[in-house]
Design a protein around this ligand. Structure first.
Ligand SMILES: *[C@@H]1O[C@H](CO)[C@@H](O)[C@H](O)[C@H]1NC(C)=O
Ligand SMILES: *[C@@H]1O[C@H](CO)[C@@H](O)[C@H](O)[C@H]1NC(C)=O
Length: 345
């Protein structure tokens, strides 16, 4: 009897260990996916590869997340079954109609989201890109978000918007971060909506543009994540790079308007390889590879994974007016990589 008992105990012990091992493997697998960066698939160009080839290029490079700026049906068709997680944008100019007309919001959701479920992995819908508080579309952003959320009726696909950092009136030091007076009437109700619905706020963060607008006060190493020492001390927070200081300024600003629990996703960041001050292939390679590593560690205020999207997949020859705008690609339109980045995860 005793020996049988012993055997059974050993068997169940082995089963438990096997199960734990399996859980560990699953955990590592999902953890790796959860920590990868995304890449923005901008399409303002006339020489890009066919969309299906672009999706294959994402997969071949292990890029598991994509941001697209508008609901392009060819892109969405090509994404079917790809397992790539998606941020999909609503055109700025569509906000008014989607805000004023619940049926239009229903149509939008039906045509661009539901028609592709479950084959396309939508994670976020962003209404508008960098709409400013004084833009004619600004009053429509929140009501459009509300109508789309009502149509989606899903907790898995969150609805938000993408801001640019000029909404911050102050950002130095980071703990002094707050939205400008002109921005608050626009952003505060949006933050309240995000807090209630558990959605993140998306922000486009470009240390490059901060650097070129103030090369006297900002050291290039601070902008490229290569500063050997702490550059900004803010209470007990220490900053060695401008990117983290900018993101934390946004976190502090959110706290001041009731958004302490709203997380931030960096919907764009990048560095041009040509066309302007400090725009070199070497600087850009340094920036992107450090941005990828940084996404694992987050910022001094939020030292945890920070979901980040690199801008952009390709050089886009119809962007402008600045020459730098056409040189943000990680790949050339012929699909050759511009940089040797070791990994996107
Ligand atoms: C905080 O921001 C305000 C407004 O921009 C500015 O006047 C003030 O000097 C900043 N505080 C510090 C310590 O820099
Ligand atoms: C920028 O930082 C580098 C490295 O710390 C340093 O050698 C250089 O003097 C700094 N430049 C300025 C303008 O502060």
């Amino acid at each position: 009897m005793a020996s049988i008992f012993e055997t059974r105990k050993k068997t169940s012990m082995a089963a438990i260990l096997l199960l734990l091992g399996l859980l560990f493997v699953i955990w590592v697998y999902f953890d790796a996916a959860a920590r990868s960066v995304g890449v923005c698939y901008g399409q303002i160009a006339n020489d890009l590869p066919p969309r299906a080839e672009v999706i294959d290029l994402y997969k071949a490079n292990g890029i598991e997340r994509m941001r697209i700026y508008n609901p392009n049906s060819e892109t969405l068709e090509a994404l079917r079954g790809s397992n790539i997680e998606l941020i999909i944008g609503v055109y700025n100019d569509d906000a008014q109609n989607l805000a004023n007309n619940a049926a239009a919001a229903n149509d939008w959701v039906q045509t661009n989201i539901k028609a592709y479920l479950p084959d396309v992995k939508f994670r976020y819908i962003t209404v508008g890109n960098e709409i400013k508080p004084n833009d004619p579309m600004a009053p429509y952003v929140l009501p459009a978000m509300q109508n789309i959320r009502a149509s989606i009726a899903s907790e898995e696909i969150k609805v938000s918007t993408v801001i640019e950092m000029s909404l911050l009136g102050s950002s130095f030091p980071p703990s002094n971060g707050s939205f400008s007076d002109v921005a608050t009437s626009y952003i505060n109700p949006i933050v309240a909506f995000l807090a209630t619905t558990g959605a993140p706020l998306f922000a486009n963060v470009y240390p490059y543009f901060s650097y070129i607008s103030n090369t006297k006060d900002i050291n290039l190493t601070y902008a490229l994540f290569t500063s050997p020492g702490v550059v900004v001390r803010d209470g007990n927070l220490e900053y060695k790079n401008l990117f983290a200081a900018s993101v934390d300024a946004l976190y502090f600003a959110l706290e001041k308007v009731g958004g302490a629990d709203v997380s931030v996703i960096v919907s764009e960041s990048g560095w041009p390889s040509a066309g302007g001050v400090a725009a070199t292939v070497e600087n850009a390679r340094t920036y992107y590879s450090n941005l990828i590593s940084n996404s694992k560690n987050g910022t001094p205020k939020r030292p945890e994974y920070l979901e980040t999207y690199l801008f952009a997949m390709f050089d886009e020859n119809q962007k402008g007016p600045e020459e730098t705008e056409r040189n943000f690609g990680l790949f050339f339109p012929n699909k050759q990589p511009k940089y040797q980045l070791t990994s996107f995860a």
